[in-house]
Ligand binder design. Structure first.
Ligand code: ZN
Length: 87
């Protein structure tokens, strides 16, 4: 991949040297999270392999779906637990 020759912003330059300062901005599921660099606002997410990747619109869509499935699953688990304890 060829990098752009345009001048990078000082903040981005800082990140390139010292590394990004990622902060979790969203818990999608137990294992998938979204991160934003406090410094340059670059966004990352956990992909299917458990690796960090650029948070593209496509991944935002996937994460939104995952979050919906995950919350449904949690709700189901909770219901089941109540059902079991009541028996
Ligand atoms: Zn950064």
């Amino acid at each position: 991949m060829k990098t752009s020759t345009r001048p990078t912003s000082p903040k981005r330059f800082y990140c390139d040297i010292f590394g990004h300062n990622y902060k979790v901005t969203k818990d999608v599921t137990e294992h998938v999270k979204e991160y934003t660099c406090k410094c340059c606002k670059r966004e990352l997410t956990t992909n299917g392999n458990g690796r960090l990747t650029e948070l593209t619109p496509k991944f935002k869509e996937i994460n939104a779906t995952l979050a919906r499935i995950y919350s449904n699953k949690l709700a189901r688990m909770r219901t089941r637990r109540y059902a079991t304890s009541a028996a």
